[in-house]
Design a protein around this ligand. Structure first.
Ligand code: FAD
Length: 286
């Protein structure tokens, strides 16, 4: 089913992100993860894509197909474009079509000095335009409550988000953030700019200090003081950090739901217990 239709029938939409494990054995273990995630009945599960053209990208399609066929949950397939030419994207789109996969998150991908950039696509909006022209897909895009790290200012950031939506993105998924007020301000700016598609809030429950420091250094999200205090206080106590990290994420999610957010997208890091704990905490709220 086309995910944009789901937003017409239900708000908030609840979704999870997973990544294809690199090792073959881990890919077999993914069934245990999917079983728990799918029992939570998410509206869709998104599957990440390696920007480097690795063979792991076939695993993205295989995993998406498994989610759809074996678990009856709608997958959203991430697709990046910076390191691909039109022929390669065509091949990917044909494969998705033949597998009955209808939903794509169109992304540019991060720049990587070790991977050659190609000349067909420079921005995610160009990929969205291309997909809409060459297939019958529902396309979504990424957005950044603190602005994309390469954006010189919020005006150019939002101007470029508007281009994606004009190109055909039917909804947006936000980068992770730890301060809800920042997300609310950002969505307000999008609305003022005339971006009226649903905006789903990306939430990452933090249970591991090293993991979050790595994520934040890659994506540029800032850590509020109250969150840093939790990390500092409990970094050497795994159980305490788990409890505190989960409580923080639940608190964020409850506030977002109370504010009538369009959707919540949980970055699960392939840890289904984290997703289960959050869903259990809000089962009487959604
Ligand atoms: P774009 O929309 O192209 O934006 C990138 C920068 O270019 C921004 O600063 C933007 O303002 C600017 N820009 C856009 N259009 C124009 C224009 N016409 N003229 C001038 N400037 C412009 N990466 C992966 O490799 N694999 C994944 O699976 C993956 N999944 C993600 C999922 C989510 C929800 C998010 C938020 C990010 C994900 N990423 C993933 C990371 C993403 O690829 C990076 O953030 C990347 O740097 C930007 O991608 P984008 O699609 O937002 O790019």
């Amino acid at each position: 089913m086309i995910i944009s239709e789901k937003f017409k029938n239900k708000r908030p939409i609840i979704s999870f992100e997973i990544y294809p494990p690199k090792r073959e054995e881990a890919l077999r273990d993914i069934d245990e993860t999917l079983k728990i995630l799918c029992e939570l009945k998410p509206d869709y599960i998104s599957v990440t894509f390696g920007a480097g053209g690795s063979s792991n990208n076939n695993k993205t399609i295989a995993l998406a197909k498994k989610i759809k066929d074996d678990y009856g949950v709608e997958p959203l397939v991430h697709l990046t474009c910076l390191t691909y030419n039109k022929n390669e994207i065509d091949q990917f789109l044909r494969e998705l079509q033949s597998q009955g996969l209808e939903n794509i998150l169109a992304l540019r991908g991060d720049r990587n000095p070790n991977i050659a950039q190609k000349e067909d696509f420079f921005h995610a909006s160009e990929l969205t335009t291309y997909i809409k022209k060459n297939g019958n897909f529902c396309v979504a895009g990424a957005c950044y409550p603190e602005g994309h790290p390469e954006s010189p200012d919020m005006v150019s950031d939002i101007t470029n988000i508007k281009k994606k939506v004009e190109a055909g993105d039917a909804f947006l998924i936000s980068q992770l953030f730890f301060e809800n007020e920042m997300f609310y301000n950002y969505v307000e700016k999008l609305r003022i700019a005339g971006v009226n598609v649903p905006v789903t809030a990306g939430i990452m429950p933090v249970i591991n200090k090293a993991q979050i420091e790595k994520m934040v250094s890659v994506c540029g999200a800032s850590l509020p003081e109250k969150f840093k205090r939790i990390l500092t206080k409990f970094e050497n106590n795994k159980e305490a950090l788990y409890d505190a990290g989960m409580a923080y994420a639940v608190n964020q999610v409850v506030d977002l739901l109370a504010s009538d957010v369009d959707g919540i997208h949980l970055y699960t890091m392939n840890n289904p217990r984290v997703a289960r704990k959050i869903c259990e905490s809000i089962r009487n709220i959604i």
